[in-house]
Design a protein around this ligand. Structure first.
Ligand code: GAR
Length: 210
């Protein structure tokens, strides 16, 4: 059984997509062991509670230092036997010691084609506003490994959507979100099946075993 932790700050539609993949049978052997949010009123925590999944509010605000916060996060992850951390709309930077402890075992979904339109301040609607302001005709979603820099780690999966005439940030976000909901469970499945490795800083996806 692969125990995953899902981190999120808001609505939780990507988390719902993971739950749908699990209940639909496309992620055999994967269990969401805990959901963690920096935001006590986040929808993602409500969804977790509705599914009887442990829902934990953990915010750095309540800790004296980043080190104390990191220790609390790591204690929680260890307590639930977490092997893979999935950032699904998590708008905070993870402490460096957490990233180090889970090296190559943290993935993030980003609503654009990294390495473009990533980095600090590039989250949620801001990303789609920037893509439209740059008059791009293509956008998309990216799943990547998390390292110590924002939106920087090796890319696991990426897929594109067209930017259409008359698009608003909300319309584009909705189109990109459909791709996110497919890519994030797919990336978890690759990890669960042991089909991901990192070679020379790049993700390699191994073929499915017969
Ligand atoms: C998603 O679009 C996700 O890609 C984005 O926040 C949204 C969360 O939606 N994440 C980032 O911008 C991170 N840099 P959700 O809560 O419905 O899954």
């Amino acid at each position: 059984m692969l125990n995953i932790a899902v981190f999120g700050s808001g609505r939780g539609s990507n988390f719902s997509a993971i739950l749908n993949a699990i209940s639909g049978g496309s992620l055999p052997g994967t269990k969401v062991a805990v959901v963690i949010s920096n935001n006590s009123t986040a929808g993602i925590l409500e969804i977790a509670r509705a599914h009887a999944i442990p829902a934990v509010h953990l915010s750095q605000k309540y800790y004296a230092s980043e080190g104390d916060f990191a220790d609390a996060l790591l204690a929680g992850l260890h307590a639930y036997g977490v092997e893979l951390v999935v950032l699904a709309g998590y708008m905070k930077h993870l402490p460096a010691s957490v990233v180090a402890a889970y090296r190559h075992r943290i993935i993030n979904i980003h609503p654009a084609l990294l390495p473009e339109f990533g980095g600090q301040g590039m989250y949620g609607q801001h990303v789609h506003e920037a893509v439209l302001a740059a008059r791009r005709t293509v956008s998309g979603a990216t799943v990547h490994l998390v390292d110590s820099e924002y939106d920087h780690g090796a890319i696991v999966l990426q897929d594109r959507v067209p930017v259409l005439p008359g698009d608003t940030p909300a319309l584009l976000a909705e189109r990109v979100l459909q791709v996110e909901h497919r890519l994030l469970p797919e990336a978890i499945g690759l990890f669960a099946a042991g089909r991901l490795s990192v070679v020379d800083g790049k993700v390699r996806i191994h073929p499915e075993q017969e």
